[in-house]
Ligand binder design. Structure first.
Ligand SMILES: Nc1ncnc2c1ncn2[C@@H]1O[C@H](COP(=O)(O)OP(=O)(O)O)[C@@H](O)[C@H]1O
Ligand SMILES: [Mg+2]
Length: 278
């Protein structure tokens, strides 16, 4: 099933091999690992979304792919190269990551926050350029923050702050974008706007996107591929219609639901079963 919002024609970027790969990865926080001997690859030029119950390891896996968390065994590969051995600046030029709960620095305007996305591109011999300024202006415009650019971030609403972080990611202009629940705090109209923006950077720049989303129907609508995590493993992996089955919803979320075609897009819509009579 195809829709106007998925990209069945394939990656715009023709470099061979997966964009990201976990090879025999064991990952966790010191005690019992969250994942053991995990093998997973993320295709270049696609939008891939991790779904799963709370605590299923979505953020843990995203952090490992973004090099915010090192595996205790195995390797994460970025374009076939071991992520662990890459220089910090090289990593920052290649991937942008929005953590689940980013810490907003104090006394920072929206423009200053978004400008941080350009830092990986700077060096002592290459100061701020017209291209840097244009990238920041375009990111502010795309997230409807131009009018708020000189406001201190601490004076914004949760949704506006979330959009400012997304603007920072856009300004970084990386071929790989990692987003952990980018629609948190946003009303439905702004959730759709952010996900359309994600789709646009995927299509127009050929960026590879790996994100975590809670809303399964939105995940289905905006992703080429879903990966369902649970019990320390990949429970299902593929196009939304193959992954979001009633059996998977029961196994991964303990949810009784039917899956119907979204009348607007034809993508799967998860409808929880009716409540028992009171
Ligand atoms: N900083 C941490 N220290 C210790 N355990 C953690 C930490 N972060 C997450 N965990 C644990 O790792 C597991 C996976 O968490 P997480 O990746 O945040 O799940 P999800 O993002 O799917 O909700 C959970 O059992 C959680 O309690
Ligand atoms: Mg999480």
């Amino acid at each position: 099933m195809t829709t106007t919002e998925t990209n069945p024609t394939g990656p715009a970027n023709s470099q061979a091999g997966p964009a990201l790969e976990a090879v025999d990865v064991t990952l966790g926080y010191g005690g019992e690992p969250v994942f053991a001997s995990l093998h997973l690859s993320v295709e270049r030029g696609r939008v891939t979304t991790l779904v799963g119950a709370n605590g299923s390891g979505k953020s843990t896996l995203l952090k490992a792919f973004g090099r915010l968390l090192a595996p205790s065994r195995g390797a994460i590969k970025l374009d076939g190269a071991a992520l662990a051995t890459m220089a910090a600046r090289q990593v920052a030029r290649h991937r942008a990551i929005l953590p689940q709960r980013p810490l907003t620095p104090p006394a920072t305007t929206v423009r200053e926050l978004v400008s941080r996305g350009r830092h990986p591109h700077q060096a002592w011999f290459r100061p701020w350029t017209a291209h840097d300024a244009a990238a920041v202006a375009a990111a502010l415009e795309a997230t409807e923050l131009t009018a708020l650019a000189e406001r201190d971030v601490s004076t914004l609403s949760g949704g506006q702050i979330q959009r400012a972080w997304i603007a920072l990611i856009l300004a970084q202009e990386t071929p790989l974008v990692l987003l952990d629940e980018p629609t948190t705090f946003l009303d439905l109209a702004h959730q759709l706007e952010v996900l359309r923006l994600v789709r646009r950077i995927n299509r127009q720049r050929g960026a590879t996107v790996l994100m975590v989303l809670h809303d399964l129907s939105l995940a289905a609508r905006f992703s080429d591929r879903l990966i369902a995590l649970g019990g320390g493993r990949v429970m299902a992996d593929g196009p939304a219609w193959e992954v979001l089955t009633p059996d998977l919803l029961k196994a991964a979320f303990g949810l009784d639901a039917q899956v119907i075609a979204d009348p607007a897009t034809g993508t799967p819509l998860v409808v929880p079963a009716s409540d028992p009579a009171a």
